[in-house]
Design a protein around this ligand. Structure first.
Ligand SMILES: O=C(O)CCC(=O)C(=O)O
Length: 285
């Protein structure tokens, strides 16, 4: 165990955080794995290839392949970020598979019990899912471990529910800090295979960042995903809420946003009837 971050020895209740290590049944786990085998995740670049880069930034590939359900928030469109960044951010994507219907209902029920008032937006429901694939990339003949996510906030309103498969991962909630100050880890949790974590409220959504500090290697988990030169050992699904009026079909994007993501849409369309239809809808329009 890393002495800098001693783990809790007995479960404690932390307001706004819920953790259920054994959320997923074996049968649901098997259904999810079978569904996953139908997906072709993609690599995205962080920024658009057509717009000037933000100051002090360089173009880079995300550390992991991703797939989105419900709506796709392409990194180059800068994710859903209310109040100003709500248009041209959330592009209609494939619906959730049947296996999620029952699981999402339970997540929503638990979240509604935990969060009220301004922590629970009036029309909140989990209509968006980011599927993150964590593992190692083959680079110049060597396997490089890229299984982590830097500190960030999820800007979608209301609670977030996170379902994990595979190797356990250490999620940490950190305080905002000034450059040069030591890490301010104020809460952390190892996320086990089959676990559910729910977080929300001002403390965990607004006042802290979260990050995946590392992903274990000891469980021997490996997922057979169709991404060349990549070995996945953990898969995480984060379910979120984007107000339905901000989820738009590809054809309704601005010309600039369409140009930014058309290449990704074409890649997705090779393996997905949904994206093929979304593209041909625009071409016919
Ligand atoms: O992989 C995880 O457990 C968390 C992923 C995450 O922070 C995100 O998708 O925003």
């Amino acid at each position: 165990m890393d002495p800098r971050w001693p783990l809790r020895t007995k479960p404690q209740r932390v307001q706004g955080l819920h953790y259920d290590a054994g959320f997923l049944s074996m049968a649901d786990r098997a259904h999810i794995l079978s569904y996953l085998s139908t997906l072709q995740p993609i690599w995205e670049n962080r920024f658009s290839d057509f717009r000037p880069l933000p100051e002090d930034e360089t173009q880079r590939r995300l550390l992991r392949p991703v797939y989105w359900l419900g709506n796709w928030q392409f990194a180059c469109l800068d994710y859903y970020r209310p109040p100003l960044g709500v248009l041209n951010r959330a592009v209609q994507a494939e619906p959730f598979p049947a296996v999620f219907t029952k699981l999402v209902a339970v997540m929503e029920q638990r979240a509604r019990r935990m969060f009220k008032g301004e922590d629970m937006p009036p029309k909140w429901h989990l209509n968006t899912c980011l599927v993150n694939f964590y593992g190692s990339c083959l680079e110049h003949g060597k396997w490089v471990d890229t299984a982590r996510v830097g500190e960030h906030k999820d800007f979608e309103p209301g609670p977030v529910a996170s379902l994990s498969l595979g190797e356990k991962a250490l999620i940490q909630f950190v305080k905002s800090r000034k450059p040069g100050e030591r890490d301010g880890v104020i809460e952390q949790q190892w996320l086990d295979d089959g676990s559910l974590q729910i977080f929300g409220g001002d403390q965990w959504k607004n006042r802290t960042f979260h990050r995946v500090q590392r992903v274990d290697t000891k469980g021997g988990h490996r997922f057979d995903i169709k991404v060349p030169d990549f070995q996945a050992r953990r898969i995480n699904f984060t379910f979120r809420y984007v107000p339905d009026e901000h989820v738009r079909p590809f054809k309704a994007l601005s010309p600039e946003a369409k140009r930014d993501v058309e290449g990704y849409m074409a890649e997705l369309a090779k393996h997905s009837r949904f994206f093929a239809d979304a593209l041909s809808d625009t071409r016919g329009a």
